[in-house]
Design a protein around this ligand. Structure first.
Ligand code: SF4
Length: 248
């Protein structure tokens, strides 16, 4: 894979920004606290799945005080449709109590402080810093990990390596939006199983060699079968939230 140049990286971001002029999180939330809870709930779950459960939960509890008062059992009842709900209910109540005890009931704006909360790891903290506090953090989830590796923007074997690579190569003007530009591109175009390279705005700049043909061409019998695997991309295995209240 040829190395990504800064000029090509800048052009990639320009094209992604042109395609998505207002990149935003797809999670529903009311304030910094409900955003934090929604991001914690979204670990190993889809945003759409989280959004089905959270309106009722946030109607009942949109502050740490109300969430702590609701308690683990009732929080669990609201989020039963989300994977790992028992561990997540435990963490949501525990982080609410910690916010009250140590942060005056406010969501802190620093990554280090956020990472002290039960169920909150670096990725969640980066999302909250970016979305709630407009900080230029890049949270590397499974989509960004894949896009960073496939495109050549920031190849890396771990989420942290990809995050650091993206921080280096992302032009300052795009740092704030980079997270959502890349995540939305990964979710809707550069998909895990079959990237839709034929309709990709950044195909000419992307370093991924085995570009997918349009579906009608893909159906025709291949003249020569490639023996290479499609995804020479490292797989990101996200840690499951622990049952005990603790860092993710
Ligand atoms: S060209 Fe294909 S692999 Fe490259 S970013 Fe676009 S969809 Fe992903």
């Amino acid at each position: 894979m040829t190395k990504m140049t800064r000029a090509d990286a800048a052009e990639i971001y320009r094209r992604l920004a042109a395609a998505t002029p207002e990149p935003r999180t797809e999670l529903c939330y009311r304030n910094a606290f409900t955003l934090l809870v929604a991001v914690v709930l979204s670990a190993q779950a889809t945003d759409a799945g989280v959004n089905k459960a959270t309106p009722a939960l946030f109607a009942a509890a949109d502050t740490p005080e109300k969430m702590a008062a609701l308690g683990e059992e009732k929080v669990g009842a609201y989020i039963k449709t989300i994977g790992l709900w028992r561990a997540k209910a435990k963490n949501v109540v525990a982080l609410s109590k910690k916010l009250i005890a140590d942060f005056g009931g406010e969501v802190p704006s620093s990554r280090d402080a956020l990472e002290q909360l039960p169920g909150v790891g670096r990725k969640t903290a980066n999302v909250v810093c970016n979305v709630a506090f407009s900080q230029p953090t890049i949270a590397v989830d499974t989509h960004i990990f894949r896009v960073g590796n496939r495109t050549g923007l920031a190849p890396g074997k771990t989420p942290l390596a990809v995050e650091e690579g993206l921080e280096k190569i992302t032009p300052p003007d795009f740092r704030l939006d980079a997270h959502h530009l890349l995540i939305l591109h990964g979710r809707y175009v550069c998909k895990a199983r079959r990237p839709e390279c034929w309709r990709c705005d950044i195909a000419a700049l992307c370093r991924f060699r085995e570009k997918s043909p349009p579906p009608d061409l893909a159906k025709k019998p291949a003249v020569k079968k490639s023996t290479k695997r499609l995804a020479a991309t490292p797989k990101l295995r996200e840690a499951k939230p622990k049952m005990k209240a603790g860092r993710k």
